[in-house]
Each structure stands twice: as structure tokens, then as C-alpha cells.
Design a protein around this ligand. Structure first.
Ligand SMILES: *[C@@H]1O[C@H](CO)[C@@H](O)[C@H](O)[C@H]1NC(C)=O
Ligand SMILES: *[C@@H]1O[C@H](CO)[C@@H](O)[C@H](O)[C@H]1NC(C)=O
Ligand SMILES: *[C@@H]1O[C@H](CO)[C@@H](O)[C@H](O)[C@H]1NC(C)=O
Ligand SMILES: *[C@@H]1O[C@H](CO)[C@@H](O)[C@H](O)[C@H]1NC(C)=O
Length: 438
């Protein structure tokens, strides 16, 4: 990940830590706002054990009503434009929501970024949240937990309290949390209708929330109808996929494989393997094909939908070599690449994400954030349906990691550990995939 955006974004948001006085004021203010706020997710850091969190998760399979105190609708939090890949934007958005919840404020609907430019901030093409995700739906699904507001709801925009997030190596997670803890004590910012966080993109903020809080926010994100319909079209094309003889395979199950074999990834993952001394990060095309073919109990024929980088579309080498009965398709072979081409990067990515989310079986790389977020949401769906041992066979929406060897030379079963205390493992890659080998 390229974080060289920092200083540019700082300039963009006119953020300068000018004087000590200013810093003090900010600290005092944040300190004050938290006094009345007493949140379960923060108290989790004050010594609530992992076991308790786990029990909490099990007991709260249907919404966490006990912690449903509601969020103030007359106080707002404003955050910088959210940028970079779809996954980074989702995580950043959730982090902004959880920060707003901590401050007991409604999050002013942030701008996302339609394009994927890491360095040129002018080219990020801001796109309003509600152009991508349903606004009302979000608020109804996340009611009482987090709340989104519109700029129109703010009665007087001329008085804004600015909060400067620290940065650099000395701004540690502990300092960030201390700032919040102090702030929890005294409500000085309370007289300000809007608190604006200036500085870097929320993806770069320190993380203080357990995985289940992220899951709670992410499941409230529903694509707007226009894009849901596009995903419907792609999914129905997949399910009606034709085999090579031209005979139609009606409504067969499909396996979505997030196949990361493009050169950039291969270079990145080889470096990662060296640096982290973990050998199971990179998988070759052949290894992926073999392991997917060895998934136990996979019905054939099955369609295999390959979610691959655009540069691999139309490359015949990814379409051959699959086990008998597995019929591979990518966008181009399905004839749906036209659907994607209409849209900017963010939307293309969101449609592909939806297609993988709905697959009967999903197989991804445990070091990919895209794969990890899909598995997180699939795990959350399983939990909502009351599935007890979700690592077992015959569950709905099973997921696998092809980079880790599982039973019978297949990929390893994968589900998100919802009792993990931070998103770190899934935002930056991990081979802790929670289902044990036995
Ligand atoms: C937010 O503030 C309201 C009113 O002061 C209070 O009733 C509610 O419990 C608070 N919510 C949270 C999540 O702290
Ligand atoms: C908004 O707040 C500013 C500063 O307190 C004040 O001068 C101004 O009159 C207010 N505007 C409205 C429309 O209330
Ligand atoms: C097809 O993809 C492989 C990697 O899987 C690559 O080595 C090859 O150059 C690609 N072929 C074309 C025509 O792009
Ligand atoms: C899930 O995460 C918790 C906290 O890190 C850990 O104690 C537990 O062993 C993990 N469970 C599995 C199945 O990996």
C-alpha cells in the first residue's frame, strides 16, 4: 500500500498544526466530549476479556439490542474524503462510523472516491456515498448503532470544531486511544454542532474496534438499485453459463474464485513471504486450479466464476486446466464485460464484490483484503442464520483460502474470527483463518 498521499491530503484539507495552543485546545475538547459517552466497544479495551466478547457475540446473533442506546441526531461528525480501493474505502467508512458512534454523533455522509489514483488526489473523483449505497437502508439496518446524516441536516455550518488527528510514528495507537479516553471525560465540543476531523483518510486512523463492530457496519451497506440490478444480471449470466459444447447448464451452483495471479500481486506476495517468513501466501494458477478441484463435496457440473484483474481477461491460460466438470468463466467469456465498462473503478469493484458475496462457494486468498472482507460478510450471514459450527460441511456460503492447504489437497475452510479484537488481521492479510485443520 502506498501511503505517500499523506502530505497531499494534509494540504488539501488545509490541515496545519500551527501552535501548541491549538493542539491543547483540541486535546481538551476531545477529552471533554467523551465524558457522557460510555461505550461497550471502548470499554472492551479496558479489560473485557476475549472470552466475554465471544460470549457476547454468540448471545447477540440477532442484533445487539442491549447496546442500542441510539445516536444523537443533532450533533455531527465530518470526515475527509474516503479514498483508494473498494476495500480500503469500506474499512475507512466503517472506521468513520465507529468514531462517530464513539463521539455519539451522526456521521455526515462522506464522499467516497470513484477512481483509483493513489497519488493524484485531484483525480480521485469524489462520489457521494448515496450514489453507491442506499442511504435510508443503511440507517434502518444500522439503527441505534451508527447513524448517517446529510449536510442539509446541519442548521449552522459556520461553527465547526476541528479535531486534528495526530500522525507519524510517535502518534501511537495508545496515544490515539488516550486522546479518546481523555475526551470521553469532558464534553466541551458539545456546544459545536459539527466536529470535523482533519488530516488523513480514515483508513489510516488508528483502529480501536473489534471485528464484530466492523461486521455490524458492513452488513448495513446495500448497493443502490442500479448496481444491484447489474450484479443480478451478472449472477444470472453465470448461473446460466454455457459449457464448451454449447449445452446449457441451467441454474447450476457457482464457485467464485478471487484469483490473484497477476504480475504485480505475484511480486508483492513474494516479497511478503520473504519479509514475514510465511510460505503460504502466493499460489500459482496451477495450485489454485488443483485445490479448487479438490474441494470435497463440490457438485459437478459447477460454474467457476473467476474474479481476476482486467489484464487477465481473455487470457486463455486461466480458462484451461480446470478439473472435469468445473466450467470456468470470467467477465469477458460471459459477455458481461460491457456491463462493467460503463462504470468507474469503484462501481466495477463493488459489482464484482457482490457477485463473489452471493456465490454458493467462495475461494479467495487469505492475504487479500478483498477476499477477507467477502469472507467476513459471508461469515456474518452464516451467523445471522444461526449456523452453529460454520466450519463444518454442508453449511451455506462456505468459503475457502486457496493459499492454505486443507483437507484432501483442497483449499482450507475459511471463516472470519468474529471475536478477534481488531481488524488488523484482515486488513493487512493473515493466514489465521479460524477453521482448524482437524
Ligand atoms: C448518545 O446520547 C444520547 C443522549 O444524550 C444518549 O441517550 C445515548 O445513550 C448516547 N448513545 C451512546 C451510544 O452513547
Ligand atoms: C451561525 O453561527 C454563527 C457563529 O456563531 C453566527 O454568527 C451566525 O449568525 C449563525 N447563523 C445562523 C443562520 O444562525
Ligand atoms: C496470460 O497470463 C499469464 C499469467 O497467468 C501470462 O504469463 C501471459 O503472458 C498472459 N498472456 C497474455 C496473452 O496476456
Ligand atoms: C479468535 O480470536 C480470539 C482472539 O484473538 C482467539 O483467542 C481465539 O482463539 C480465536 N479463535 C479461533 C477459532 O481462531
Amino acid at each position: 500500500m502506498d501511503f505517500s498521499l499523506n502530505c497531499k491530503s494534509s494540504r488539501l484539507f488545509g490541515f496545519h498544526l500551527t501552535s501548541l495552543a491549538c493542539k491543547c485546545l483540541v486535546l481538551v475538547a476531545i477529552f471533554l466530549v467523551f465524558r457522557t459517552v460510555c461505550m461497550p466497544s471502548i470499554s472492551g479495551y479496558g479489560g473485557v476479556s476475549v472470552e466475554e466478547t465471544k460470549i457476547d457475540l454468540i448471545q447477540s446473533q440477532s442484533l445487539d439490542l442491549d447496546s442500542d442506546y441510539g445516536i444523537r441526531r443533532d450533533k455531527f461528525l465530518q470526515v475527509p474524503q474516503i479514498a483508494w480501493g473498494l476495500n480500503n474505502q469500506k474499512i475507512a467508512f466503517a472506521r468513520a462510523c465507529l468514531t462517530a458512534r464513539l463521539l455519539n454523533r451522526t456521521l455526515l455522509m462522506p464522499s467516497l472516491s470513484a477512481s483509483l489514483f493513489y497519488k493524484e488526489i485531484d483525480l480521485l473523483q469524489p462520489i457521494s456515498f448515496d450514489k453507491v449505497f442506499q442511504f435510508e437502508k443503511f440507517n434502518s439496518l444500522c439503527k441505534g448503532f451508527v447513524q448517517l446524516g446529510r449536510y442539509l441536516d446541519v442548521s449552522n455550518r459556520s461553527r465547526v470544531f476541528e479535531v486534528h488527528k495526530g500522525s507519524g510514528r510517535r502518534w501511537t495507537i495508545e496515544r490515539d486511544l488516550d486522546q479518546l479516553r481523555e475526551a470521553r471525560e469532558k464534553p466541551l465540543t458539545d456546544e459545536f454542532e459539527v466536529v470535523r476531523i482533519v488530516g488523513k483518510n480514515p483508513f489510516l486512523w488508528h483502529d480501536h474496534w473489534p471485528v464484530k463492530d466492523y461486521a455490524r457496519v458492513l452488513e448495513c451497506l446495500v448497493l443502490v438499485d442500479e448496481f444491484t440490478k447489474e450484479a443480478d444480471k451478472v449472477v444470472s449470466r453465470i448461473r446460466e453459463g454455457m459449457d464448451s459444447d454449447g449445452s446449457s447448464l441451467k441454474q447450476v451452483p457457482y464457485v467464485a474464485v478471487h484469483m490473484r495471479i497477476e504480475i504485480d500481486w505475484m511480486i508483492h506476495c513474494k516479497k511478503l513471504e520473504q519479509r514475514s517468513k510465511i510460505s503460504e501466501i502466493c499460489s500459482s494458477k496451477e495450485e489454485i486450479m488443483e485445490r479448487v478441484g479438490n474441494i470435497e463435496g463440490l457438485k459437478t457440473p459447477s460454474i467457476v466464476y473467476l474474479a481476476v484483474a482486467d489484464k487477465l481477461l481473455g487470457n486463455s491460460s486461466i480458462l484451461s486446466g480446470w478439473k472435469e466438470g468445473l466450467v470456468p468463466f470470467e467477465k469477458k467469456k460471459l459477455g458481461v464485460d460491457g456491463i462493467y465498462k460503463k462504470y468507474p473503478y469503484l462501481i466495477q469493484s463493488a459489482i464484482d464484490y457482490e457477485v463473489c458475496l452471493r456465490a454458493d462457494v467462495f475461494v479467495g486468498n487469505s492475504f487479500s483484503t478483498f477476499s477477507s472482507l467477502i469472507v467476513l460478510e459471508r461469515t456474518q450471514k452464516m451467523i445471522r442464520t444461526g449456523m452453529a459450527n460454520s466450519c463444518g460441511r454442508n453449511v451455506m456460503w462456505p468459503s475457502y483460502a486457496y493459499n492454505i492447504l486443507g483437507e484432501s489437497n483442497g483449499p482450507k475452510r475459511w471463516m472470519t474470527n468474529m471475536s478477534d479484537s481488531s481488524l488488523q488481521a484482515i486488513s493487512y492479510g493473515s493466514n489465521a483463518i479460524s477453521c482448524s485443520t482437524s
